[in-house]
Design a protein. Structure first.
Length: 423
C-alpha cells in the first residue's frame, strides 16, 4: 500500500475440476502523472504450455494472445474487477487498513482468496496453498453484530473481530452494499446476507420470496433459505460458483454482465448498459445461446413486473465449470416500490424505448433474444399473470409479514407495465 506509480500482482486460477490454484500470469498497472492507469496482463509461459489451460474470460483475456492492455476502469480488466471486492468488501478492507481509499491492486490483494469465481491474486509467483477450511466457530449472531457495527462505521471491540472480518469479506465480489459472509453446512457453501438496522422491511424475507416467485415464473434462480438469528432474519443463498467434491471445492470461472458488455460503473459508461446488447454478447459466449437468451428475456420481464430497478450489469453473471460458459442462476432480486405509476425504468435498456419497464418495449426487440413475437408475447402474458396472482401468497408463504407485504405491494405489475406507448 505504497505510493509507487507501478502496481503489480500475480493472477492465479483454479482450473476446471481442480481444487488448488495455478499461476495464470502477471497483472501490472502503471499510473501516469494525471493519476490515470494503464493495465497490462501477461499470460505466463508455463500456463500457455499447460494443456488444461482455459481463458480467464471469453471477452478480453482470451488465450489467443499473450499480452493485453487496457486504459478502461483505470487499468483494471473486467474479469479481474469482477474478482475484486464489491462496495461492502471495500468498506471492510478500508476499515481494516484505516485508509478511506486504496489502490485497485491493493483491493485485489487484501480481499480473501475465496472470492466469487476461480481467480486469486498474490505477490508470489506461485499460488499459496489451498485456503483453510471454512471456519464454523463464529456464530451467525456474532457476525450479524459485527456487520451492523461496520454499517454504522464503527470498529467493534470484539475478540473475534479479525476472524469475523475475514469471514465477512468472503463472497463479496459480485454483490452490492449489503453485509454478507460465507458459511459452510453439510450441504455446501452458502452466502449469508444480513439485515441492516436501516432496512424499511425484512430484506432477507422479501428477497427469499422473490427468488421463489422467480422459480414459479420459470426462471433459474439461486437456491435460498431463511434462518433467524437472535430475532433477526438472515438469508442464506447457496453459492452456485462452487461444487463440493471429496477433495475440496471446485470453482467456476465467473464474470459479470458488465464485463461481457465491456462497460463500467461510471455514469458515462452507463449508456452501454443494455439487455439487447447483452443478448448479442451472450450468443457469442455461451454453449446454449437459444436457451440462455430465452432465460435472460424472462429475467427482464420479471424485473419489470416486480420493479427491480436495481438490475444493473453486476447483478447478472456468466459462469463456466468446464470450458463452456452459461448464464448463472438469477440473484439479487429485490422489489422497489416507487411513486410513479406511469413509468418505471430498469437499470439497463430493454427495447426500442430505452429502459422503460413496459411490456410493449420489452416485446419490441424480442427477436434479438431468438424469440418469435408470438412466443415472446406468451412469455410476457404468462409471467404477468403469474406475478399478479401469486406474489402476495408467495410472499406470505415465505415468511414476509402482512405489514411488509403491504409496504412492497406497489412494486408488482404497476399500471405503466401494460401502457400502450405512443409513436
Amino acid at each position: 500500500m505504497t505510493s509507487d506509480p507501478t502496481q503489480e500482482c500475480f493472477v492465479y486460477i483454479t482450473l476446471p475440476g481442480a481444487v488448488s490454484a495455478t499461476t495464470a500470469g502477471r497483472f501490472v498497472i502503471e499510473m501516469d502523472a494525471r493519476g490515470e492507469g494503464l493495465g497490462r496482463f501477461v499470460y505466463g509461459r508455463s500456463y500457455l504450455e499447460n494443456s488444461q489451460a482455459v481463458d480467464i474470460d471469453p471477452v478480453e483475456l482470451k488465450l489467443a494472445g499473450t499480452t493485453y492492455e487496457t486504459i478502461e476502469m483505470n487499468g483494471v480488466f473486467g474479469a479481474l474487477r469482477d474478482a475484486g471486492p464489491d462496495f461492502w468488501g471495500r468498506r471492510i478492507i478500508e476499515k481494516r487498513a484505516g485508509i478511506p481509499a486504496l489502490r485497485e491492486i491493493d483491493y485485489l490483494l487484501e480481499s480473501p482468496d475465496d472470492r466469487a469465481g476461480a481467480l486469486g491474486f498474490g505477490t508470489n509467483s506461485k499460488p499459496p496453498a489451498p485456503p483453510r477450511k471454512f471456519n464454523q466457530t463464529i456464530e451467525l449472531e456474532t457476525l450479524q453484530e459485527i456487520a451492523e457495527a461496520l454499517v454504522r462505521d464503527e470498529i467493534p471491540n470484539h475478540p473475534d473481530i479479525e476472524q469475523a472480518q475475514d469471514l465477512l469479506l468472503i463472497g463479496t465480489s459480485m454483490g452490492g452494499a449489503r453485509p454478507k459472509a460465507v458459511i459452510e453446512s453439510e450441504s455446501g457453501l452458502w452466502i449469508a446476507k444480513f439485515s441492516r438496522p436501516d432496512d424499511r422491511w425484512s430484506y432477507p424475507r422479501v428477497e427469499h420470496a422473490m427468488l421463489e416467485l422467480a422459480r414459479q415464473c420459470g426462471i433459474d434462480a439461486a437456491e435460498s433459505r431463511l434462518v433467524t438469528v437472535a430475532g433477526k432474519d438472515v438469508l442464506l443463498v447457496r453459492r452456485f460458483d462452487r461444487q463440493r467434491t471429496p477433495a475440496g471445492y471446485t470453482r467456476a470461472r465467473m464474470i459479470s454482465a458488465m464485463t461481457a458488455l465491456r462497460t463500467g460503473d461510471a455514469p458515462t459508461a452507463r449508456q452501454g448498459w443494455s439487455y439487447v446488447r447483452l443478448a448479442e454478447e451472450l450468443r457469442r459466449m455461451v454453449s446454449a445461446p437459444k436457451a440462455d437468451a430465452r432465460e435472460l428475456y424472462r429475467r427482464i420481464c420479471f424485473n419489470a413486473l416486480i420493479s427491480n430497478t436495481d438490475d444493473h450489469p453486476r447483478n447478472h453473471a456468466f459462469l463456466a465449470f468446464d470450458r463452456n460458459w452459461r448464464l448463472s442462476p438469477a440473484y439479487d432480486l429485490i422489489p422497489l416500490p416507487v411513486v410513479s405509476q406511469d413509468r418505471r425504468d430498469l437499470a439497463m435498456e430493454c427495447g426500442r424505448h430505452g429502459r422503460f419497464a413496459n411490456a410493449q418495449n420489452i416485446l419490441s426487440e424480442c427477436r434479438r433474444f431468438l424469440l418469435e413475437r408470438e412466443e415472446a408475447e406468451k412469455i410476457v402474458n404468462e409471467m404477468r399473470e403469474q406475478v399478479e396472482k401469486t406474489w402476495h401468497a408467495t410472499a406470505l408463504q415465505c415468511g414476509v409479514s402482512a405489514k411488509d407485504a403491504d409496504t412492497i405491494r406497489g412494486a408488482f405489475v404497476y399500471p405503466g407495465f401494460s401502457r400502450t406507448i405512443g409513436n
